[in-house]
Design a protein. Structure first.
Ligand SMILES: [Fe+2]
Ligand SMILES: [Fe+2]
Length: 139
């Protein structure tokens, strides 16, 4: 997959969340580039660090709004977030132990990008529909 571009089909209909997904894609693309151009350990760690911090910010935002909106599917949605949280922690550990290996490159280029697109289209989209249906205002 490599670098990604935002497209309308990724919109969940909530500006705050769409904007965070756009920002996430920027951090993701920076990470893909740092890995692809072998910018050195420090640069890869830096971009990966930004991406992971932003992932946490974003997940926390969604979880806060899902809690406030009494979203019934919150436990399943949060479980998906938790899976990625531990995957990312594992990636950092692998990187710290072994640097940029072909496996790490693949995990970032393929797995992470696909994860985001799938998660938005299958999971975040449902919360977007719920928020709309329940007329929940998110800003
Ligand atoms: Fe989510
Ligand atoms: Fe999301």
């Amino acid at each position: 997959m490599g670098k990604m571009q935002w497209q309308n089909s990724l919109s969940v209909g909530i500006d705050l969340i769409d904007n965070q997904h756009k920002q996430w894609i920027e951090y993701y693309n920076d990470t893909v580039e740092a890995v692809a151009t072998q910018k050195g350990q420090a640069q890869v760690m830096k971009t990966l660090g930004f991406l992971i911090d932003y992932t946490e910010t974003h997940f926390a935002t969604e979880e806060r709004h899902m809690t406030a909106g009494r979203y019934p599917a919150l436990p399943e949605h949060k479980a998906k977030h938790d899976e990625l949280r531990s995957t990312l922690a594992g990636l950092v550990k692998d990187f710290e132990d072994e640097g940029v290996t072909p496996e790490l490159k693949k995990a970032i280029d393929t797995f992470l990008g696909n994860w985001l697109v799938q998660h938005i289209q299958e999971i975040d989209m449902k919360f977007g529909a719920y928020a709309k249906q329940e007329k929940i205002v998110i800003s």
